[in-house]
Design a protein around this ligand. Structure first.
Ligand code: NDP
Length: 455
């Protein structure tokens, strides 16, 4: 799909000029504006209200110093970010990423995507994102705690249960959220639902840990069913071995699929007998180890470890049987070549657990090969949706059962698929769930922005 609408083309040029050196943000905006062309053509009122111009500019961008002392007594300095992108439909909401690759452009792309994703959940949540270039890998618990406390000391000035509610993301799991929550409470002397993904003993929601991975499979299941397919007996390739990957593996397996890979940033496991998930959980969730330790500890004799990206996975045509790909690691992990390899190996569906894991070239390959494509904004929205449910429980000072939360999550994912499907049909692009997700997510926020005037 090409951007031909003159008004949006001109806007994209201005976005590029104003956000130089931020290719991930430009990539995300380009995709959204391209798929919004039929909306711009129908809705002059939204153009007149400046909605398109306003939605690509964050409401507020906060960048701050995060000093902390390492175990040897040396001062370390990281950079912290919080992008409060859009609050038209609710308090800013979005995770905190701790990874050395973090810089302004990554946080802005994630915050921008979050606007549409949160809107799709139907819950009242605006879009935001934050994080730091701090790397928790290889750090002691004490170092992670001192970093988190310093990070929250500044962040606490800008967030709140009715204003901005951060959560986890890459590198920010239960441990980090716990330290941040403790510091917020100490500084503000208030116990509120200011963060989600909290531990179950202090306001966390059952099923939040599982939510993104489970939600991805609920969405994928709907997409498959709508196209006459199902997970049953299918070979599934998953990247990553973190929170999203682990629970996507669990749910896909419950649906009767066989997950044959998991990975980390060093390499991947290919296990044709199906990934031994208990072992992955032990290595990753308990020991914080590397995925290569799987070999030698699993009873599966045919399992192999390879250095490099999972998407080079024996990825020459015919070397493995692959039906469904669920990228669950990081942005731009699947490029055009990898997408071709997925198609050549028989892959007919890709649904994104990670945010923006497919490059624009990869997405073109999906469409050219009639691969069913579930975009991140829709497919991985289960995490933030359940964060929204955690906020509701915190406000009520109640907690719901696992089954209750899981059922609500399942219904939300079914409805997200429906919204994407219906919008894709209404705007003349049936089966293009990427366009459907962008349009459906955009319209709700756009109406709210128009109604609230030029703010
Ligand atoms: P985790 O930190 O738990 O796991 C991330 C996984 O991806 C790890 O296996 C990690 O390997 C791997 N990874 C990270 N960066 C790279 C890289 N540059 N190259 C290859 N592998 C990499 O994060 P999550 O599972 O929470 O997040 C994964 C993705 O899902 C992210 O894109 C995130 O934004 C998205 N997401 C997460 C949600 C959530 O609720 N957690 C909600 C919605 C989206 P290693 O250990 O070697 O770094």
């Amino acid at each position: 799909m090409e951007l031909t609408n003159g008004y949006l083309k001109d806007l994209l040029e201005r976005v590029k000029a104003r956000n130089q050196g931020e290719p991930e943000f430009i990539e995300a905006v380009t995709e959204v504006l391209t798929t919004l062309q039929p909306v711009a053509e129908k809705r002059q009122d939204l153009i007149d209200a400046g909605v398109f111009e306003r939605i690509v500019e964050p409401e507020r961008q906060i960048i701050f110093r995060v000093p902390w002392v390492d175990d040897s007594g040396k001062v370390q300095v990281n950079r912290g970010f919080r992008i409060q992108f859009n609050s038209a439909i609710g308090p800013y909401k979005g995770g905190l990423r701790l990874h050395p690759s973090v810089y302004l452009g990554i946080i802005k792309f994630l915050g921008f995507e979050q606007i549409f994703k949160n809107s799709l959940t139907t819950l009242p949540m605006g879009g935001g994102k934050g994080g730091s270039d701090f790397d928790p890998k290889g750090k002691s618990d004490g170092e992670v705690m001192r970093f988190c406390q310093s990070f929250m000391t500044e962040l606490s000035k800008h967030i709140g249960a009715d204003c901005d509610v951060p959560a986890g993301d890459i590198g920010t799991g239960a441990r980090e959220i716990g330290y941040m929550f403790g510091q917020y409470k100490r500084l503000r002397n208030e116990f509120t639902g200011v963060l989600t993904g909290k531990g179950l003993t202090y306001g966390g929601s059952l099923a939040r840990t599982q939510a993104t991975g489970y939600g991805l499979c609920y969405f994928t299941d709907e997409m498959l069913k709508a196209n006459g397919k199902s997970f049953k007996d299918q070979a599934v390739v998953i990247s990553g071995s973190g929170n999203v990957a682990i629970y996507a593996t669990e749910k896909a397996t419950q649906y009767g699929a066989k997950v044959v890979t998991v990975s980390d940033s060093n390499g991947y496991i290919y296990d044709p007998d199906g990934i031994d998930l208990d072992l992955v959980k032990q290595i990753k969730e308990v020991e914080r180890g590397r995925i290569k330790e799987y070999i030698g500890r699993t009873a599966h004799k045919n399992a192999e470890y390879h250095d490099g990206s999972v998407w080079t996975l024996k990825c020459n045509a015919g070397s493995i049987k692959l039906d469904i790909a669920l990228p669950c690691a990081t942005q731009n992990e699947i490029n055009g070549e990898a997408a071709k390899a997925i198609a050549a190996n028989g892959g007919y569906a890709v649904a994104e657990g990670a945010n923006m894991p497919s490059t624009p070239e990869a997405i073109e390959v999906y469409f050219a090969n009639n691969i069913l494509y579930g975009p991140a904004k829709a497919a991985n929205a289960g995490g933030v949706a359940t964060s929204g449910l955690e906020m509701s429980q915190n406000s009520e000072r109640l907690s719901w059962s696992f089954e209750e939360v899981d059922e609500k999550l399942h219904n939300i994912m079914i409805n997200i698929f429906k919204s994407c499907d219906e919008a894709s049909k209404e705007y003349g692009m049936p089966g293009n769930y990427m366009a459907g997700a962008n349009i459906a997510g955009f319209l709700k926020v756009a109406e709210a922005m128009k109604a609230q005037g030029c703010v």
